[in-house]
Each structure stands twice: as C-alpha cells, then as structure tokens.
Design a protein around this ligand. Structure first.
Ligand code: AMP
Length: 249
C-alpha cells in the first residue's frame, strides 16, 4: 500500500508573526520556516505504518516555492521514501492545493492520503476535505488513532462529546489531530540518507491544474491588544466591580 502525505512549509510555530506595514499580509522576510506540525504527525503516522509492514511506500508532496525542498528533505529524513515538489511562486489557496493533491493521487494511486487537519498559517482546515471530495473518496478528519486492516481504515476522532470511531473503505483521506502520535526527532544519519532519496520537481501545469487564487485578501491586521488587568484588594471589591463594571463582550 502506498501512502501520500502532503506537507506544507509554514512559519515555525515558535515565531511571533509580524504583519506587513501596508496590511497586505504576513511579513515572511527572515522568518524561521518549518514543516506544519500536523503534517509532521502525518509523516510520522505514515512511517510507522511502513515500519509495521502495513504500508510499502510513503510519498511526500509539497506545493509552493523552491524552498519547500527543505521541508521535503526533512520529511525524507523522518522516513518517507520519495518526494514530489509541485513548484510555483503563485499564492496557493486550499482549493488549488486540493486540486494538486487530487492530480498527484490520480498519478500515484495511493490507498491512503494523510493530511494535517490544518495548516497553522492560514488555519483553513479545508484542503483534506476538498481533496477527498474531488477524489470522491471517504474522509475522516481529526484522527487521534488510526488502524488499517482488510482494506479499511478505522479512525478514532476527538469530538466535543468524547471520542468517535469511524471505519471507512480505502482509498481514503485522513487528517491528523495533535494526539495521533509524537513525531520522532530527525537524526544526523537520516539527514544524510535523505539527501540520496528521490525528489521530483514538477509544475502545476504538468498536472493540468489551474492554481489561480479564487479568494482575495482585503487586509491583514494584528489582533487588538488586550488592556491591562486591575488588581483588587479583596473579594468584596471584586464582587462590586463584577456587578457594576463587568460587561459581556
Ligand atoms: P489547510 O486546509 O490550509 O488548513 O491545510 C490542511 C492540510 O493540507 C495541511 O496540513 C497539509 O497536509 C495540506 N496542505 C495545505 N497546503 C499545502 C501545501 N502548500 N503543500 C502541501 N500540503 C499542503
């Protein structure tokens, strides 16, 4: 069984993002970039399925600028076998990425696509769902446990009321939640090995995909600053303030 894992290059989760002064977007100059954390979990899950003899090959896919090479090499060092970069300088929205995933899945014929549940830069939480719909495959989002047997994926997902278990027929799309696993650290020997693993670069046009944005960002702004809190001397004053000053926002 082949597994396809789409991985996105995003601003590292430790970095405090800055908005460009003209409000046109986030300032990425000199920002530290990394693999989207949910995608790292997706790669880890796919590699574990390979290590358990359930998957035969793990292919990672990234869409974006040439620098995505680095993200793909990192995924290869985590244990993926092969990488595909769909290179474009255009802004990529979830619909465009979903079209690319669909086209690559048509070519690669994986039995399972494991996406992150969301990219931490746009927080869209759309790509996996759109790709499943375009492929006309079943989908299970927010997986916190995944097992594969007899052509089925059994997935536990975290929902408001507790845990839900869903079984779907393969091929399917699964999106990862935080508790699915804890990704391994990349070791130096594996970084060296990853340099020799195949990495193919293609363009969206080679897949016949139109990646033109369909949504227009009007403006990007920092969240409003919270005003400072007030220390009260005793409970009495607190209750008084709650009665007279507290407002429901
Ligand atoms: P989103 O819908 O943007 O929140 O992204 C959800 C998931 O789709 C991510 O966790 C990735 O698995 C995948 N994805 C989104 N954008 C890209 C991209 N540019 N390249 C590869 N995978 C992506």
């Amino acid at each position: 069984m082949k597994i396809l894992v789409p991985v996105k290059r995003v601003v590292d989760f430790n970095v405090k993002v800055r908005v460009k002064s003209d409000g046109s977007g986030v300032d990425l100059s000199n920002a530290k970039m990394a693999m989207n954390p949910f995608d790292e979990i997706a790669v880890e899950e796919a590699v574990r399925l390979k290590e358990h003899g359930i998957a035969g090959e793990v292919v990672v896919l990234s869409c974006g600028a040439a620098a995505c090479h680095e993200t793909l090499r990192n995924a290869l060092a985590l244990g993926a076998d092969r990488a595909v970069l769909v290179k474009t300088e255009s802004e990529l929205q979830p619909l465009a990425v979903a079209k690319i995933i669909t086209a690559v899945a048509d070519r690669e014929k994986p039995q399972l696509v494991i996406c992150g549940k969301q990219a931490i830069d746009d927080d869209a939480n759309q790509t996996g769902q759109m790709a499943a719909s375009m492929l006309d495959w079943p989908q299970v989002t927010f997986a916190s446990k995944l097992s594969i047997a007899e052509g089925m994926a059994t997935v536990t997902r975290e929902v408001d009321g507790g845990l839900e278990m869903i079984a779907v027929k393969l091929p399917a799309v699964v999106t990862t939640d935080l508790r699915l696993n804890e990704p391994r650290y990349v070791t130096l020997p594996n970084i060296m090995k990853a340099k020799k693993k195949p990495l193919e670069t293609i363009k969206p046009e080679d897949l016949g995909v139109d990646v033109a944005p369909r949504l227009k960002t009007l403006t990007v702004a920092e969240p409003l600053k919270r005003s400072a809190g007030v220390m009260v001397p005793d409970v009495q004053t607190l209750v008084e303030k709650l009665k007279t000053e507290a407002k429901v926002l």
